[in-house]
Write a protein that binds this ligand. Structure first.
Ligand code: NZQ
Ligand code: ZN
Length: 385
């Protein structure tokens, strides 16, 4: 295992009805709050009214940035930065899913940068200390509620790029499973695919002796796979929602990735797809991951064998053979829950494969398990068709 520093500063407030804490918690960071929300779901489920009431009870002043779209746009981030400057905001409060949280993080990062915020993504300019972010999470998926990453799309350049900084971890995140019960089934399942994919990115690498991390990763995968049918059967099953919510946070809060090399090529490929075709992130991952697995399985056959035996219960002596079966089992699982695993099933043909491969590798070869150049990505995308 490699040496590591683990420092995750986000305070997690977890459980049914913890939304009630939002006023008191926010008050710790000042008086003027910019509420960042999406396209209306939080209003429909009554969460918006509840949060506003709780903030007002603490005497806080509320400003509002509404309209964050899935695959959140840099234009709205720019608008948010102006609002923070004009209104002397103390705290950004994201109430929503990963797209809303990432918008708040990008606003925070852009605020203390003298140029245009997109430079942070495109030219990887350094991110400086900034104002605090708080979160009320409504969708189990990205782990953004407990990490320092943000992913933003630029429609003009058709790019979707990420930043990462210790300064944009949320100060606190309220994880109330009740707030996730209304997520439509398709987005619930895309979230579940995203959670599994975060585990894959950290599990399928070349570090073999991070045993605890890999066992924890296997536990998350098994738990997610076992719990998904319960949510499909009853989307309001609060126990199942609670379980998935905590899996999502643990899949990308750093804990299963410490001491590991990790890969992340599949995320880069997916971001190139959703930058052009604006498909949900989890859907893109369900398509790319099994094909990436087939492309790299010869490098780490023992890892795929562990995945087969420890997660799916597949038996057999030949590591490579059982490993291949595990990939087929994953495809079957996704198809069985109604999530497609081919680009053609979401209306994408071979027209822009070259452009996607170029975008995915614009900063150089991607991934660690097998370094992927543009030609490799092109081949994987062809397999996805
Ligand atoms: O816009 P609203 O009305 O809020 O509706 C959203 C949206 O349509 C809806 N929704 C969310 N909570 C709901 C709800 N509908 C009913 N009830 C609720 N409680 O769900 C839809 C999807 O929301 P979104 O925030 O886009 O989903 P998600 O949380 O999956 O976030 C996806 C974004 O995060 C990025 C992805 O690339 C994508 O842009 N990622 C961020 C990461 C990070 N910061 O660490 C890592 C990930 O790998 C990922 O790349
Ligand atoms: Zn993801």
């Amino acid at each position: 295992m490699r040496n590591f520093v683990f420092h995750n500063p986000t305070k997690i407030i977890f459980g049914v009805d913890t939304t009630e804490e939002v006023g008191k918690e926010s008050k710790n960071y000042g008086k003027r709050i910019l509420l960042v929300i999406g396209q209306g779901s939080v209003k429909k489920i009554g969460l918006y009214d509840r949060v506003v009431k709780l903030l007002k009870e603490e005497g806080l002043e509320i400003f509002e940035l509404e309209g964050v779209k899935p695959n959140p746009r840099v234009d709205l981030v720019r608008k948010g930065i102006n609002m923070v400057r004009e209104n002397n905001i103390d705290l950004l409060l994201a109430v929503g899913g990963g797209s809303v949280i990432d918008t708040a993080k990008a606003i925070a990062a852009g605020l203390t940068y003298e140029g245009d915020v997109w430079d942070l993504f495109k030219y990887r300019k350094p991110i400086k200390p900034t104002i605090p972010i708080g979160v009320v999470l409504t969708l189990a998926a990205t782990g953004s509620e407990m990490n320092g990453n943000a992913v933003i799309s630029n429609l003009e350049t058709q790019e979707k790029l990420a930043i990462s900084s210790p300064y944009i971890y949320p100060k606190f995140s309220i994880l109330d499973p009740k707030n996730t019960a209304s997520v439509p089934l398709n987005h619930t399942l895309y979230g579940i695919v995203d959670i599994l994919s975060h585990v894959f990115e950290q599990y399928f690498d070349r570090v073999d002796d991070a045993i605890l991390q890999d066992r924890f990763a296997e536990a998350i995968m098994k738990t997610v796979i076992e719990t998904t049918p319960k949510i499909i059967k009853n989307p309001e099953d609060l126990n199942a929602r609670t379980t998935i919510l905590w899996c999502g946070t643990n899949a990308l809060n750093g804990i299963i990735g410490v001491g590991k090399e990790q890969d992340w090529a599949t995320h880069a490929i997916e971001h190139a797809i959703s930058a052009i075709y604006d498909i949900p992130h989890g859907l893109g991952l369900a398509i790319v991951f099994p094909h990436w697995m087939k492309y790299v399985s010869d490098v780490i056959p023992h890892k795929f064998a562990n995945f087969a035996r420890n997660v799916w219960g597949i038996t057999g002596d030949d590591d490579f053979e059982v490993g291949l079966k595990s990939i087929e089992r994953l495809i079957d699982f996704y198809e069985s829950i109604g999530v497609p695993t081919k680009l053609s099933k979401v209306g994408i043909n071979d027209e822009k494969l070259e452009e996607m491969a170029e975008k995915a590798t614009q900063f150089g070869p991607i991934g660690n398990t097998k370094k992927l150049a543009k030609e490799d990505v092109y081949k994987i995308l062809q397999m996805c068709l």
